[in-house]
Design a binder for this molecule. Structure first.
Ligand code: HEC
Length: 441
């Protein structure tokens, strides 16, 4: 062996050891870039997570917890089974990112040389969709108590649109992130008898008694394709603003109202919130209209003490559509959900599998590549519930559980975004006239 190749050999061996040797991992050089990419959108002051990972000092005490959360896959929040579907907003870390953070925790979680650190990311408090053409704001500050459970509050905001509008981007900006579990924004076309008891600007909390007496708030009927009420945007901790792709927009009809569903959680001191919605209109007519629908089963009955009750919801599609995203929704007994389709030729496919559903995280899974589903495709949503005492979130295992908007009642709902040709009546997709024949609760 020549002297030169020997040197090269030694050098390569050292490099190989360096790659697996945990001692070389430092916060500044290796860890911070990963935290910036994957964690800081929630782990910074004022955001959803209770602790900040902006600096070494803040992060160091959490090194072991970070290692455990990554190995147990509890963080970042992402619950889709990787064997089904490929998602544009997938939050999972790569194996090498996980290895780096674990090696750091295992080697005394050292800071290293601060000069190696990337520049801090600047987080603006502005709109992420650009300057909105129109901004809607809650009429009043909403008061959040220091403690206790808070019912969902619905707030109606009239758009006063005098013509139909194509919304290209819609963003919800919470006024007070520290107390917001989520905000859903629904558009209600004029004349649709949904949430009729809610007066514009005045927070409204439906009670089970009102729903039993025929109030319409508990019914998913209006959320069916063409039903007149549509989810158009939402805020969740760490969520992204908008799901539209080039050439797409959502239609908000003249005279529509926006209905905000506010889920507040108390955080120890009395405070207030006043959230806003910004909309950027399409500059030219879109090619495709994005519509949201609900595939649910309002007849569900979950037997007492059943650790694994199965409930199924189905929806046939009567036109070609492009599937863009799916959001499973259940309450505290929800355990798992799978979105399956059967194609017209009989072939079956699982599009999303969430084997361990967590009510605290209402995630939307956006397909990396929108998927064309030919007419004649049948959706089948298979949900499992744990109504046993083993479910630590279960308020009462001895009760049969039925459909309802409160967390102690249940839901089986998958919210689905489809793209259809801009001029098409979304009602045609689900032949809503036929669907209407199914019994209502
Ligand atoms: C979408 C928002 C979000 C993202 C992204 C996120 N976290 Fe969290 N994290 C939270 C929230 C909220 C909590 C507190 C509630 C909880 O424990 O579920 C939390 C709690 C934690 C905890 C303490 C609880 C536990 O499971 O041990 C650790 C450790 C943690 N996160 C690490 C991380 C790391 C590391 C990343 C990035 C790789 C990350 N998180 C990304 C929101 C997020």
């Amino acid at each position: 062996m020549s002297r030169q190749s020997f040197t090269v050999f030694v050098f390569l061996a050292a490099a190989a050891i360096g790659a697996t040797e945990p001692k070389s991992v430092t916060f500044s050089k290796d860890v911070l870039p990963i935290l910036q990419n994957r964690c800081q959108q929630c782990h910074r002051p004022g955001e959803a997570a209770p602790m900040s990972f902006l600096t070494y000092k803040e992060t160091r005490p959490w090194a072991k917890a970070i290692k455990n959360a990554l190995l147990r896959k509890t963080m970042p929040p992402w619950f889709a089974d990787p064997n089904h579907g490929s998602f544009a907003n997938d939050r999972r870390l790569s194996q090498s990112e996980i290895d780096t953070l674990v090696a750091w925790a295992d080697s005394n979680a050292r800071e290293g040389n601060p000069k190696d650190a990337p520049a801090p990311v600047t987080y603006s408090d502005g709109w992420t969709i650009g300057k909105p053409d129109v901004i809607f704001e809650m009429r009043d500050e909403y008061k959040i108590p220091a403690s206790g459970a808070i019912d969902y509050a619905y707030i109606v905001i009239p758009t006063n649109f005098t013509e139909d509008k194509w919304a290209e981007r819609i963003e919800v900006r919470p006024g007070n992130r520290g107390v917001l579990h989520h905000i859903l924004v629904q558009s209600r076309a004029p004349g649709v008898p949904f949430m009729t008891e809610a007066k514009p600007g005045v927070p409204f909390s439906p009670t089970p008694a009102k729903i039993a007496n025929g109030d319409d708030t508990g019914r998913g009927f209006f959320f069916r394709l063409g039903g007149g009420v549509e989810m158009v945007s939402s805020y969740h901790p760490g969520g992204d603003a908008s799901d539209m792709r080039p050439g797409q927009a959502r239609l908000i009809k003249a005279g529509s109202d926006l209905i905000l569903q506010m889920h507040y959680t108390a955080n120890g001191k009395e405070t207030t919130d006043r959230s806003r919605i910004g909309i950027v209109f399409a500059r030219k007519p879109p090619k495709e209209r994005v519509v949201n629908t609900f595939i649910g089963n309002m007849m569900l009955r979950i037997p007492p003490n059943d650790p694994n009750a199965e409930v199924v919801a189905r929806l046939p599609i009567y036109e070609d559509v492009k599937l863009q995203s799916m959001s499973p929704h259940m309450h505290v007994r929800g355990k798992a959900m799978e979105v399956r389709v059967t194609y017209p030729d009989g072939r079956k496919e699982t599009l999303l599998n969430v084997p361990k559903y967590d009510f605290n995280w209402q995630l939307t899974y956006r397909l990396r590549d929108p998927k064309v589903l030919p007419k004649g495709t049948q959706f089948e949503i298979v949900a499992h519930y744990d109504n046993s005492a083993n479910n630590r979130h279960n308020p009462d295992p001895s009760k049969e559980v039925r459909w309802g908007p409160q967390t102690w009642e249940e839901m089986l709902a998958a919210w689905i975004d489809f793209a259809i040709p801009a001029g098409m009546d979304p009602g045609l997709v689900a032949h809503s006239k036929k669907v209407e024949a199914t019994p209502e609760p």
